[in-house]
Design a binder for this molecule. Structure first.
Ligand SMILES: [Zn+2]
Length: 194
């Protein structure tokens, strides 16, 4: 995987060299993209091979520590970071209250062969929702979370319980694929940042 640099370290000052094409230069914040979960693996800007450089995104503790040491970027990022964590926590609470728990919550449906879509929509409240449909009928809607294969399997199980052998399939729509796989443009590595 290459060398892992914590986000709040001096990777911006380091001269990196591509072992494939010989390019050398700096990696900038723009190469790293938006700070999110996990880490990002940096490509050579010339030949797009992996440079063997991984920038690990900071969690709240990293950001608090860097801010305490006077890192200006961390000091600036800290209020927004705390706000996002608070918001995520509120969303998780909301999800726990509103999520589908029981097959009895699902509507009765006609038909001998029921095919469902696992769709993804931005709701009127600005939050992202997972929407389960069969044809034009919306069967269920709840908050969506990134990298949610486990939830997909849970919903599939509940559909099977409710509709029995009439349940034929649950298929992710293209809109929902990125969130299902947790693949952020192929760049984010699944490195724990908690
Ligand atoms: Zn290169």
């Amino acid at each position: 995987m290459g060398r892992v640099w914590p986000y709040y370290s001096n990777w911006r000052d380091e001269l990196f060299k591509c072992s494939h094409c010989g390019w050398s230069g700096n990696v900038t914040t723009a190469d790293v993209g938006e700070v999110g979960g996990g880490a990002v693996s940096i490509e050579c800007p010339k030949c797009y091979r992996n440079l063997g450089v991984v920038i690990e995104f900071p969690n709240l503790k990293d950001t608090e520590e860097a801010a305490a040491h006077g890192n200006q970027e961390a000091i600036a990022a800290l209020p927004g970071f705390r706000q996002r964590i608070k918001r995520n926590y509120e969303l998780l609470e909301k999800f726990e209250q509103e999520k589908l728990r029981n097959a009895d919550q699902l509507p009765d449906l006609e038909g001998e062969s029921l095919e469902f879509d696992w769709d993804f929509e931005k709701g009127a409240d600005g939050e992202f929702h997972q929407v389960i449909r069969t044809g034009d009928v919306e069967v269920w809607r709840e908050l969506a979370f990134f990298n949610n294969v486990r939830r997909f399997e849970e919903i599939k199980e509940l559909l099977t319980v409710k509709y029995g052998t009439r349940f034929k399939s649950l298929t992710p729509t293209s809109a929902s694929m990125e969130w299902l796989s947790g693949d952020n443009l192929g760049r984010a590595l699944q490195i724990s940042n908690t």
